[in-house]
Structure formats: structure tokens, C-alpha cells
Design a protein around this ligand. Structure first.
Ligand code: ADP
Ligand code: MG
Length: 488
């Protein structure tokens, strides 16, 4: 236990500096330079034509959709969209790279600068981007299938990626966590990438260094490769910063390295020492001409884009009088925000609607691992259900636990469901009166306590009446009857 305490004491002397490189696999049907399909989970080496296999004489042809998705993300991140671009060859040898080079962008990333606004512990921060560039993915080397062999699956070779690179401007694992969370939300919002880290469609490399507080020069960095969940990004950074501080405190020097994070051991392990400059012998790919993006094209993409989450959050607060929390939660996913807007056009009970969507509907979607894109929920039935609650025909708990699941699964109107399951609340005075009398007669001591001032017991009485009525007693009316009976 000595080690963490020691690090905690010394850590206040240092500032952590982090720059993140995120690779986002684009939601295109086909690859960056060929018509080969992209389908996660396909049998190995089935999504490959002679182009992905780099047979002699094959030529690349750019997928225009990739360029548009890059522009879209660039606009959303306030980047400068570079109009004259070319693709470059990044040369290196690896068995899962059949061409012997990766087609990437070098001195002309399609998006320059830009920023992503995040909120960490209630404080806003603008994370500065260095660039966003387009590149193709390599194939996959599988080392752990056989003891004495490596398997190569080239399905992924040529898949389009955007690499989103921040400046070294993040200063804690929490900031890194929030940045990737916000970025993932944004790429999903724009239908640029599905953001699925487990399937590898969003991958993150974290570059980390430490320096004494007040210093401006950057320290020697370590790059942690291929972090495959947002939680692991945070844990890896925490573990690496601890290791670095301990090294420096022991008078040792940090060497520039590429490392990997071991979840089980909760520490980083070295993969290789990094040479200062990898010489990839970049040059413009002679098979692909430079491409020019016109202002008109950029403007057309801009005007086709949906309103961005941060702006929509403000609109929700203003137009529907929602709390910041509710508005943020609704804007977590575009399909949810769209559904809210559609339903809010048909009811004025905005808060109840938000509660329904953020509570039982989200829970249903999570439990079934689906989104509102796959599951159609009738806005009309939902709005009618909210109306029934407002009129006291059913209460929220019966509506959300019993009626809503049937609306979702069977698309039946709520009134029909409530009638057939005998769930319509009784607000008829006579029937309620009888139930109230029965309950009060059953618990005379509690009645005495209540009359002596223990007013909180009202909840118990209401609960008993609800039980007796099998959930059908309208709690609002029951409370009124009880208060009246108990006051004399
Ligand atoms: P490389 O050529 O090694 O990939 P780059 O200069 O392109 O390095 O930077 C890659 C990422 O590392 C960027 O996100 C950048 O902000 C970050 N970075 C660079 N130097 C440091 C440093 N000393 N500490 C932390 N992050 C750094
Ligand atoms: Mg790098």
C-alpha cells in the first residue's frame, strides 16, 4: 500500500500532458479505394478483391462518400477544410499490408485545427484539434490462434478511417475520458462512424508525458496503443502517469516508447522503443490525382447537416423548459432527440414525455440492446398514454411497467391495453371510500400515531389502499380522502 500513497503525495508536483489520436472507421458500404464491401464479422478474407490484395496492375479509385464524411466531421469540429488535397503513400513493410504502403494523407490533412467542447466536473473546456486526416486501414494479424503461426485476415485492409488528432492539451484521465465520450457521441450523431469500440470501429492511442508544474516544454512522451474502451483509456492514463512519476522520483529517465495497457495487471507494458522519426518515405501517390474540394460543395454539406448536440441542448431548454440534465440526456443520441421532438409536437406535457423517454423507454432499449433506429415506437400511443396519466386514468408506475412494454411490442393503443388488463384507476368516491375505511380499520394504532402528528404515515395508508385495490386506486384521490377522514 506504500506505493499509491507515495505517488499521491508526489503527484501534485507534476502536470500530466496528453494528446489523443482516435481512429474512426467510417460508415461506408465499401472501402476507401475499391468497391469491396465492409461487413464486420464476415469470414476471414471474404471481403477482398484483387485491389485489397494489391495484385499487380490494380488501381485505386477514391470513394467520394469518404471525403464527404470527413468534411462533415470537420465542419462539426470547426476545422478549416483544406480545399486542395492529395493522398500520400506511407511506406512500411508488414505482412497485413499487401501493398507495402498505406495510403494516407501527409502534409494536406483534409481538416486542419478545430476544437471539441467538453465538460469536465462542471467546467467547460475546448479541446484543440491538430488535424483530421483520411487513411486506409491495414489488415489484421492474428497472433493468438496458433502457437507457431500468425494468421492474416485482409477483410479490414482498405477500410476508410479518419484519424482525429488533438494537440497535447489534455491534462487528466478525466479530460481524456470526456473528450472521447463527446467525440464518440458526435461521430454517431453525424452517422460518420458507429462508435463501437469493442468491434474496433473507434480506436484510441494515448500519448502521455509529465512535466513539473509551471514548465512549458513538453516532456518525453509514451504512446499507449489501441485502447479499446473509454474506461480503459482512463485507467491506462492513470496507470502510466503513476509509473512515470515513480520513475522520475527515483531519478530515472523516461524513454520514448510505445506501450500497451494490460487490463488484468492494470499497468502498461513496453512494446517497442520508438525511434525519433519513423522514416515512412512519404510521397504523393502517383495512382491518385490531387483532389480539389469546392466551396460550393462544402456549403452543400454544411446545409445538409443536422443541428449539433450542443446547440440542440440549448434549444430543448428554451423551447420545452427542460432542465439542463434532461436536455443533455435526451441529446445523448440523435434517435432519442428526434423521437422527443416528434412526440413533443403532439403534447404539451414535455417533462412527463422526457421522463418517459429517459426512464422506461431507455431502459427497455438498453435491456434489449437496440436503439430507436431499430425499434419503432408509436408517438401517438405514447402521447395518449401520457394523457391518460394526466387525467388520472392510470398512474406512472402502471403505465411504464405494464402498458408501455405492450405498446412497444404489440403497437396497441394504451386505452385498449389498460381496459383489457383491468388497469384503469378507480377514482370513483364510493369504491375508494370503502377501501380507505377497510385500511384504516385494519391499523388503528397507526391512525392514532398519525393523529398525534406522524404525518409521514399517509404514504403507508395510500400504499395499503393501492395494494387492496390491486393498483387501481388513484393515489391522488385516495390521499385527499385519507386526509379528510384523518383530520376529524
Ligand atoms: P508522432 O509523429 O509520434 O505520431 P505527433 O507529433 O504526430 O507524434 O503527435 C501525436 C500525438 O501525440 C498528438 O495527439 C500530440 O498532441 C501528442 N503529443 C505529442 N507530443 C506529446 C508530448 N510530449 N506529451 C503528450 N502528448 C504529446
Ligand atoms: Mg502516433
Amino acid at each position: 500500500m506504500l506505493y499509491p500513497i507515495f505517488v499521491l503525495m508526489e503527484s501534485s508536483k507534476y502536470e500530466t500532458v496528453i494528446g489523443l489520436e482516435v481512429h474512426a472507421q467510417l460508415l461506408t458500404q465499401t472501402k476507401l479505394f475499391s468497391g469491396d464491401p465492409i461487413y464486420f464479422g464476415a469470414n476471414p478474407n471474404t471481403q477482398v478483391s484483387p485491389i485489397s490484395l494489391a495484385h499487380p496492375g490494380t488501381l485505386p479509385k477514391t470513394n467520394a462518400n469518404v471525403i464527404d464524411l470527413a468534411i462533415k466531421l470537420g465542419i462539426a469540429c470547426n476545422c478549416e477544410i483544406v480545399q486542395k488535397n492529395y493522398f500520400a503513400r506511407k511506406n512500411y513493410f508488414y505482412a497485413d499490408l499487401p501493398k507495402g504502403y498505406q495510403i494516407s494523407q501527409h502534409t494536406t490533412p483534409i481538416c486542419k485545427g478545430g476544437n471539441v467542447l467538453i465538460e469536465v466536473n462542471g467546467r467547460q473546456k475546448n479541446v484543440q484539434l491538430n488535424r483530421i486526416h483520411i487513411e486506409e486501414d491495414a489488415g489484421k494479424s492474428i497472433h493468438d490462434m496458433y502457437e507457431d503461426r500468425t494468421c492474416i485476415d485482409l477483410n479490414r485492409a482498405g477500410t476508410p478511417l479518419l484519424e482525429i488528432v488533438t494537440e497535447p492539451c489534455l491534462h487528466s484521465a478525466d479530460e481524456a475520458f470526456e473528450y472521447v465520450t463527446t467525440l464518440r457521441k458526435l461521430v454517431r450523431w453525424l452517422d460518420v462512424c458507429d462508435g463501437n469500440m469493442e468491434e474496433g470501429s473507434l480506436r484510441c492511442d494515448a500519448n502521455i508525458s509529465i512535466r513539473l508544474k509551471g514548465e512549458t516544454a513538453l516532456g518525453t512522451k509514451v504512446e499507449i496503443k489501441n485502447l479499446n474502451s473509454i474506461r480503459n483509456i482512463k485507467r491506462a492514463i492513470d496507470a502510466e502517469v503513476k509509473r512515470m512519476i515513480q520513475l522520475v522520483e527515483n531519478g530515472e529517465t523516461i524513454t520514448q516508447q510505445t506501450r500497451t495497457y494490460d487490463v488484468g495487471l492494470d499497468c502498461t507494458l513496453p512494446i517497442r522503443d520508438k525511434e525519433d522519426a519513423n522514416d515512412y518515405r512519404y510521397f504523393a501517390d502517383p495512382d491518385l490525382t490531387a483532389f480539389h474540394i469546392s466551396k460550393t460543395h462544402i456549403d452543400a454539406i454544411k446545409s445538409s447537416m443536422p443541428i449539433l448536440p450542443n446547440e440542440l441542448i440549448e434549444q430543448f431548454k428554451k423551447d420545452y423548459q427542460l432542465s439542463d440534465y434532461d436536455a443533455q440526456q435526451l441529446c445523448d443520441e440523435k434517435s432519442i432527440a428526434d423521437f422527443f421532438i416528434k412526440a413533443a409536437a403532439q403534447t404539451k406535457h414535455y417533462k412527463a414525455l422526457a421522463n418517459f423517454i429517459l426512464g422506461p423507454i431507455k431502459q427497455y432499449l438498453n435491456e434489449n440492446n437496440i436503439s430507436l433506429k431499430e425499434q419503432d415506437i408509436s408517438v401517438e400511443h405514447l402521447v395518449n398514454l401520457i394523457q391518460m396519466i394526466d387525467e388520472g386514468q392510470v398512474n406512472f408506475s402502471v403505465a411504464s411497467s405494464k402498458i408501455l412494454p405492450i405498446i412497444i411490442k404489440e403497437n396497441k393503443p394504451p386505452l385498449a391495453i389498460a381496459s383489457s388488463l383491468n388497469l384503469i384507476q378507480v377514482s370513483d368516491g364510493n369504491e375508494l371510500d370503502q377501501w380507505v375505511n377497510e385500511v384504516l380499520a385494519k391499523m388503528p394504532e397507526k391512525v392514532v400515531e398519525y393523529k398525534k402528528g406522524k404525518k409521514g404515515l399517509i404514504g403507508l395508508f395510500v400504499g395499503e389502499v393501492k395494494k387492496l385495490s390491486k393498483g387501481k386506486a388513484d393515489p391522488k384521490v385516495v390521499t385527499q380522502i385519507l386526509e379528510q377522514k384523518l383530520s376529524n
